[in-house]
Design a protein around this ligand. Structure first.
Ligand SMILES: [Zn+2]
Length: 978
């Protein structure tokens, strides 16, 4: 019977909401578990990819609820900042891409588009849309605690946060570099940029070369290579300028001049020129005082650095290759002819200045040439030049030593020489510095971003040493899932610096002491988990913005002040104030924070920082869970590929249960999940099978079931014991997996491994002609646990199956207890017995296949006693760590009863040893603790099954003294076909 997924979904969504089962209130008799996930920006509808993080958090919440915790899982909406503002601007500018995507992909009604020019309308619309999607997805959210970041009380809360940070000296005014949008005149960080790119900075040294009273600065990270410079490179097609820069006359690219302005240099452009005008000129290198020519190079990008590049062909593979290409006429031939540069170019020789494995004193090898040869590179357009460069740079950095031709820096390590040359050049005014973006960053408005030194701006001072130490301390105590990601957090804490915390525009909270600025979105979203406690009281109209101020939050969150005073100042009941405080203390600290991996370098780390700054140690967050992203059929989702699936559209088509499971089954936490319709269909088929079994079971009269409800294992058959044993193994495995949020492993167990077990069980039971009633009790135990374990993943259909299994009398499976593994049900003999049957069946089938016979009779001989005794003997030795043949054999020969037999059957004994050594340690221990397995009765029990599968009669017997054929080993009976 096919399932009507959508109506099942609607039925149970209504039932949960009517019964309010996901509302959580403080309860001193129950342990709480507070779990949150990064709230969404409602600036566009959600697609399937968004579903993963939220679904994972919900599965976690549902699991912990079934483990008996009073789980609080709330949700808010992030209206602050550029994500929403930029979207409305793009619509106001009539951006067809966006508008068409909204209408055609996401089904937004065209008449709404006009209203979207107002940011708040976008936020409200998609807030509703996303919330509806979350309900349909079955997220077990306590919606009474919903809020937006522009709610008046929330703004008061953020005001409190910022006043607190400022009072602690963690907000500073100063000049620092920020990523900057020149169009919006506003700082940018990850959530302000297209593709969510966090701007990264790199500080170059600008070494000043001289030409005719002008300075040509070149940007480099390798100051020490000045000793190997042979020429400069300039792009003949590039736009350059002569400009007054502070008190000097510089020649730099036009783009560079603009960047210098943002870096607060006094720049006045006096003349524009083309790169070609500089070619062939001679410049003087500082420090070494040597004249070198300027040569043309197409690879020079005027928008990088100053647009002028220092060439060090002995140590920079790019330079070496470019020079070689010029010398050998591979590039720019016409240009060189026209400008008569041949002699100049041919005269340039690489100057080696560093000793390393690529250059020893006694050879003439040129390091850049060596590495180019190693990579077999033949042109400057070869992309492997990048790898070659990285290899040589890092090798020389760690192992290189400066040669004698480097003045007083000779014999220094490259590492030390680099710092020293840099300092000396700067102190002698031969160099300056310049901060650049290390990566390409575009603002959400589409403009290319640059670095700006913001002066007199407000920064959160994440470089504060004591603050960093507290953050490390919190991280050390915290659980991080998966554990591999902890290093990444450490790294982020180490490099985080002053961070601009306000913007000129957007929705949000004004900086309390400078109302021209609005607190930006990655700063007003770091401690809001605490606000979920307040939101419940706001939403039920028990408090409003008139009742809250800094003293209120001080009291509720920190216990500062007297309750009476605060209550009277805030004009609220003392009792109400106390209950808010108590509720906060009940739920805090936060037990688990979920988010995508992209938020590690910002949000998640800020979350740690701000908690440790504002809250006492006992209220610091306890766990962070990070997950990877979602691919669609193995490809990244993108508009251009047309493979974006809106979440609500997918729900309407497939139902949310299958989407939830599909999002989680293909990957563990950090891996990218691959969403495919094939997987979704296969999951549905599996679950349909489980559902049908529930329906069949429910049709058996309760009387029949009652007869077996004593759970009397004496009346059980071998396969019953086996299935229940397997069930308890799986419960253990799934519980372990869930504790570590290895959801893929858990789901795989529930959907696939349990299905294999069940199919084997049914095969066994049916081959013995057992009736449905006869197996109903075991089936019921099995299904009951399976449905419980499936419930966090596929909650709607699990409720349906649960109600069928329990005739509507079982309550909600969402609130049912997670199954506990019962060790007493683990039956090693049953476990090994069924394996024996399966293996024997497979062996026989293989023999039949290989010999191409149709046997009428199959005789199975099991191993005789002395083999068992020897086998167990060896097993004991191996378990103790004795794994060497000679040692094993010497030891077993001391067994007087069997010495002769062992000697007579040495090759068989060796086979035994081999099979034991190739076994898993767990299996060895299991077999050792069982001792001798009664293989004859086990195989006889499966006689029906074997006969049915093989269409032959089966004879099972133990080898004995009189058998002529003696090929059986323990766990490996001998098989004869007749
Ligand atoms: Zn912009």
């Amino acid at each position: 019977m096919p399932i009507d997924w959508i109506s099942v979904q609607e039925k149970w969504l209504r039932a949960w909401e009517d019964a309010k089962i996901f509302e959580s209130n403080p309860n001193d008799n129950r342990a709480k578990y507070f779990i949150t996930v990064a709230y969404p920006y409602p600036n566009s509808p959600q697609h399937i990819g968004h579903g993963r993080t939220y679904t994972l958090a919900d599965v976690h919440a549902r699991y912990m609820r079934m483990r008996g915790y009073n789980v609080l899982f709330p949700m808010g909406f992030h209206y602050t900042g550029t994500p929403i503002l930029a979207m409305s601007k793009r619509i106001a500018e009539n951006d067809r891409d966006i508008i068409e995507a909204f209408i055609n992909i996401y089904g937004v009604k065209p008449e709404y588009i006009e209203a979207f020019k107002e940011p708040i309308n976008i936020a409200r619309y998609f807030h509703r849309e996303i919330k509806q999607g979350m309900r349909e997805m079955g997220y077990s959210i306590d919606w009474r605690r919903e809020f937006t970041t522009i709610d008046p009380v929330y703004k008061k809360f953020i005001t409190w946060q910022f006043n607190k940070l400022k009072a602690k000296g963690l907000i500073v005014q100063g000049s620092h570099p920020v990523g900057w949008c020149p169009k919006d005149h506003s700082p940018v960080s990850q959530h302000d940029t297209l593709g969510d790119v966090e701007p990264e900075f790199v500080e170059y040294l600008l070494i000043k070369f001289h030409y005719n009273g002008y300075i040509l600065p070149i940007a480099t990270l390798r100051a020490e290579t000045i000793f190997g410079v042979t020429n400069l490179w300039v792009n003949p097609e590039g736009d350059y300028v002569i400009a007054d820069v502070n008190d000097e006359q510089w020649i730099v690219s036009k783009v560079c001049a603009e960047k210098l302005i943002h870096l607060n240099k006094k720049v006045r452009i006096k003349q524009e020129l083309k790169g070609v005008e500089l070619i062939g000129k001679t410049v003087v290198a500082p420090l070494i005082d040597i004249s070198i020519p300027i040569l043309p190079a197409e690879f020079v990008d005027p928008s990088n650095g100053t647009g002028i590049v220092m060439s060090v062909p002995a140590h920079a593979p790019y330079d070496y290759q470019a020079l070689d290409d010029l010398k050998n006429g591979r590039v720019m031939q016409e240009f060189i002819d026209k400008h008569n540069l041949h002699t100049l170019i041919q005269g340039i020789k690489p100057i080696v200045i560093i000793r390393s494995e690529y250059h020893h004193n006694y050879t003439n090898s040129i390091p850049a040439h060596e590495v180019i040869r190693k990579y077999n590179i033949a042109s400057q357009r070869d992309t492997r030049l990048k790898e070659a460069t990285e290899e040589l740079y890092s090798h020389e950095f760690y192992k290189g030593v400066m040669l004698d031709n480097t003045m007083e820096y000779a014999n220094l390590s490259v590492k030390d020489a680099r710092d020293k040359v840099k300092q000396d050049l700067i102190s002698r005014h031969m160099a300056d510095t310049m901060i650049e973006l290390a990566n390409k960053v575009r603002c959400r408005c589409g403009s290319e971003c640059m670095v700006k030194i913001l002066t007199d701006q407000w920064f959160i001072n994440y470089s504060n040493k004591e603050w960093k130490d507290l953050a490390y301390r919190c991280l050390d105590k915290m659980s991080v899932m998966p554990e591999d990601i902890r290093q990444e957090f450490k790294y982020v804490i180490s490099w985080l610096k002053e961070r601009a915390c306000a913007r000129r525009s957007g929705l949000g909270t004004n900086l309390p002491w400078d109302k021209d600025w609005i607190i930006e979105s990655l700063s007003d979203s770091v401690i809001y988990m605490a606000y979920y406690i307040i939101a419940k009281y706001v939403n039920s109209s028990l408090i409003n913005e008139e009742n809250v101020n800094d003293e209120f939050f001080d009291y509720v969150f920190l216990g500062v002040g007297s309750g009476d005073d605060v209550a009277s100042k805030c004009k609220i009941d003392k009792e109400l104030l106390e209950s808010i405080r108590q509720e906060f203390l009940y739920y805090y600290p936060l037990d688990s924070r979920h988010s995508g991996r992209d938020l590690v370098p910002n949000h998640l780390t800020f979350f740690i920082f701000n908690h440790v700054a504002l809250f006492p140690e006992q209220l610091w967050p306890k766990q962070i869970v990070v997950n990877g992203s979602v691919l669609m059929d193995g490809k990244k989702m993108s508009k251009s590929l047309g493979n974006i699936v809106p979440l609500r559209k997918a729900i309407a088509e497939h139902g949310s249960d299958a989407i939830r499971a599909s999002l989680l089954i293909s990957a563990e936490l950090l891996q990218d999940a691959d969403f495919t319709l094939d997987m979704l269909k296969s999951i549905k088929e599996r679950v349909e099978r489980i559902y049908n079994t529930c329906v069949q079971l429910s049709s058996l009269s309760t009387d029949t079931i009652g007869r077996y409800s004593n759970n009397n294992t004496n009346s059980m058959q071998q396969e019953d014991l086996w299935l229940l044993s397997r069930l308890n193994y799986v419960i253990k495995d799934v519980t372990d997996a869930m504790d570590k949020l290895r959801v893929r492993e858990a789901l795989n167990n529930i959907l696939y491994i349990m299905e294999q077990d069940l199919q084997w069980y049914l095969k066994r039971a049916r081959s013995k002609n057992r009736s449905d009633e006869d197996i109903a009790m075991v089936m019921r135990l099995f299904l009951d646990a399976r449905v419980r374990m499936l419930a966090p993943f596929m909650p709607f259909i699990s409720e349906e199956m649960w109600s069928i299994l329990h005739n509507n009398k079982g309550g909600f499976v969402s609130l049912a207890e997670w199954p506990k593994a019962d060790d007493s049900m683990i039956n090693l003999i049953a476990y090994e017995g069924e394996s024996l049957i399966r293996n024997t069946l497979n062996d026989i089938m293989n023999i039949v296949k290989v010999t191409k016979t149709k046997p009428e009779k199959v005789i199975i001989y099991t191993a005789e006693e002395w083999k068992w005794s020897t086998y167990l003997n060896i097993l004991g030795l191996v378990t103790k760590g004795i794994t060497n043949y000679t040692d094993i054999i010497r030891s077993i020969l001391t067994d007087e009863h069997h010495t002769n037999r062992i000697k007579e059957n040495m090759s068989m004994v060796k086979k035994m040893i081999d099979s034991i050594l190739s076994d898993t340690p767990a299996s060895r221990i299991r077999k050792l603790s069982i001792g001798m397995l009664d293989e004859v009765s086990i195989l006889k029990d499966a006689k029906g099954l074997l006969e049915q599968e093989l269409h032959a009669s089966i004879l099972v017997s133990k080898e004995d003294e009189y058998s002529k054929k003696k090929g059986a080993l323990p766990y490996k009976p001998a098989i004869y076909l007749e």
